[in-house]
Design a protein around this ligand. Structure first.
Ligand code: NAD
Length: 464
């Protein structure tokens, strides 16, 4: 049986020659990967593959980012990432470059560039198309390009056009898709223990290439799904929109709890005990954030609108989130009992969730914007995301610690579930504040410590 160019070395289907030793086979099954795009997703993916024994060359157009990585530092905060980058680099399994050409001998390129919202709408494929075109032009035909960036459903169509155009000039690499399902803040763990590995082919003849990309994750023993790239793009979007729906549902329940005296944690615990529903992502907070979920709750309704398909449920998720963030600010005003205009509020937590310095679509920043619009002055504090928050919103006043943020504040709002907010010195906070309200939207503070400081605690959707 002829060996497919896409099989990983070491995955011989039949061999008349003696079996190589285990060590030799392990050595053989390691491949050289070229990973393009050293953002949060690219770096976690690169480290994950390096820890599986593959050699990963990481490329980015941002020379400063590459210099930072080469100096042993991570340009982003993700728990364990910097240490892992250093360890894999020291072990000779990772290197960094600004060169856009895959190194000779590399079998796969993994594309992890951004798909931001731009003038064309959410999930722009401009960066992906530019990188894939360049790879198609320079990589040998047996090379496989795997796009890990999140694609809109029409993304595979656009990539297919690039491949067809290139094939006019002769054989070129296969392009497949391989979305990730990692959570920021738990990225390394999610790479190591994935819920599933999904790969997609643009043309049916590229099934083997899609399987070969799935095989790169073989040692992780995850369930594998190989399908057409259109279905795969919808798997990724539908997964995220469904998760956003669960959060939005819990957030709306929290407001019903506030109005009825029920406790949302008890309600979602009881609802989640039904394994047809599940308890994951049924957790109420200040809103959906991050670069993925909010964007995709906009992208999917836009797709159905373009297709002329009514999807009222899917369309409502984004609206629910916006109205929830407004309701959180409205509730703060009601609890404060004085006009928000002219008041000062301390905002503890700016990252969209704990464990990351990412503030993209952070509910904390949305709350800050609502407060600013109401004439409130806001002082924010975050243990990790001060710099990224300042870059995202230069008008936001950033304090170096919680007590400085609380100075003269009528209220403190907890917007990110950083564990360190459990051990805030509430006595010092009370002394710095003008008012006495603590509004915890994440249910993270130590209730007895807040009460002992003589502060008035309110928790979104929960009874104190
Ligand atoms: N699962 C998750 O939690 C999650 C989170 C964030 C993003 N995503 C998705 O993953 C993908 C990557 O996201 P990210 O947040 O890591 O992206 P990012 O925008 O933060 O980083 C992308 C990197 O690609 C680099 N880049 C851009 N064009 C390039 C080019 N032509 N050549 C080389 N490098 C180039 C940029 O300099 C940057 O360093 C996106 O599609 C995004 O939607 C998933």
């Amino acid at each position: 049986m002829p060996r497919s160019p896409y099989h990983l070395p070491g995955q011989h289907i039949a061999s008349a020659s003696p079996q190589p030793s285990l060590a030799a086979r392990e050595q053989e099954s390691r491949v050289h990967l070229f990973l393009v795009g050293a953002g949060p997703v690219g770096l976690v993916t690169a480290v994950g593959f390096a820890r599986l024994g593959h050699h990963v060359t990481v490329s980015d157009i941002d020379a400063r980012r590459i210099a930072t990585l080469a100096a042993g530092r991570s340009p982003i905060f993700e728990p364990g990432l910097e240490e892992a980058l250093r360890a894999e680099t020291a072990a000779g399994r990772m290197d960094f470059t600004v060169d856009p050409t895959p190194p000779v001998g590399s079998a796969f390129s993994i594309v992890c560039v951004g798909t931001p919202t731009d003038a064309s709408g959410p999930l722009s494929t401009a960066q992906v198309e530019s990188v894939v075109s360049a790879l198609l032009a320079v990589a040998p035909p047996e090379h496989v390009v795997a796009v890990r960036s999140t694609l809109p459903v029409e993304g595979p169509e656009r990539l297919s056009r690039l491949v067809i155009e290139r094939r006019v000039a002769g054989p070129c690499p296969s392009v497949v898709t391989n979305p990730e399902f990692m959570r920021e803040g738990a990225g390394l763990r999610d790479f190591d223990v994935p819920s599933r590995v999904v790969t997609g082919w643009l043309f049916p003849e590229d099934r083997e290439a899609a399987q070969a990309v799935a095989d790169l994750y073989g040692p992780l023993n995850a369930p594998v799904l190989v399908a057409d790239a259109r279905s795969v793009a919808l798997i990724k979007l539908a997964s995220n929109v469904f998760l956003a729906t669960k959060i939005a549902f819990a957030n709306e329940l929290a407001r019903i709890c506030d109005a009825t005296g029920a406790d949302v944690d008890l309600v979602t615990a009881g609802v989640g005990m039904d394994d047809r529903i599940g308890k994951a992502f049924l957790s109420a907070g200040p809103g959906i954030g991050g670069s993925c979920l909010p964007e995709q709750t906009v992208a999917l309704p836009l797709l159905s609108a373009r297709l002329g398909i009514p999807t009222p449920l899917i369309d409502a998720v984004s609206r629910s989130n916006v109205s929830h963030q407004q309701a959180v600010v409205g509730r703060l005003g009601a609890l404060l009992g004085e006009p928000l205009g002219g008041a000062r509020v301390a905002l503890l937590g700016l990252a969209f969730k704990a464990g990351t310095d990412d503030v993209r679509e952070s509910p904390a920043l949305a709350i800050a914007r609502e407060l600013h619009a109401a004439g409130t002055s806001v002082s924010g504090y975050d243990p990790r995301a001060a710099d990224t928050a300042h870059r995202a919103d230069a008008s936001l006043e950033i304090a170096p610690d919680p007590v400085s943020a609380a100075r003269d504040a009528a209220a403190v709002v907890i917007a990110t579930e950083w564990p360190e907010f459990r051990s805030v010195d509430w006595g010092a906070m009370r002394a710095a504040m003008r008012g006495d309200l603590v509004y915890d939207t994440r249910n993270v503070v130590d209730r007895s410590a807040v009460a002992a400081a003589g502060l008035r605690l309110e928790i979104l959707g929960r009874r104190v």
